[in-house]
Design a protein around this ligand. Sequence first.
Ligand SMILES: [Zn+2]
Length: 142
Amino acid sequence: MTVVSVSMPEDLLSRIDSFADEHGYTGRSEVVREAARNLLGEFEDKRLEDRDLISIVTVMFNYETTTVEERMMHLRHEHEELVSSNFHSHVGNHYCMELFVLEGRLDEISTFVGKIRATKDTLTVDYSVMPVDDFSSLENLG
Ligand SMILES: [Zn+2]
């Protein structure tokens, strides 16, 4: 194995160390390796590949202290063919929630979610993905 050096905020590192302790990992490296595998495998779902998908992505951020809103606008324009609609809501006194409805393929959705995650200062990023090319299994439920 190759030894790498990674910069990380102190509080994240201490959370990783406690997690390793509490869950019986041999150390922080093992936790980081597993987290990386999970992240990389997240969008490798054979059942969703090469299909028409719809995805809902929500992002929360503090509008007063960040430039996330501007970044979200850029992302929307960069991925105009993928973003079918976009809502902006205000939550409490300081927070904004951006909601994107995406229609496209798994790799495009994965790229879009990845770019949002890579945006500094977001508070939460959540998403769901659902195929829309075959509703027959749902119709049979009725
Ligand atoms: Zn706002």
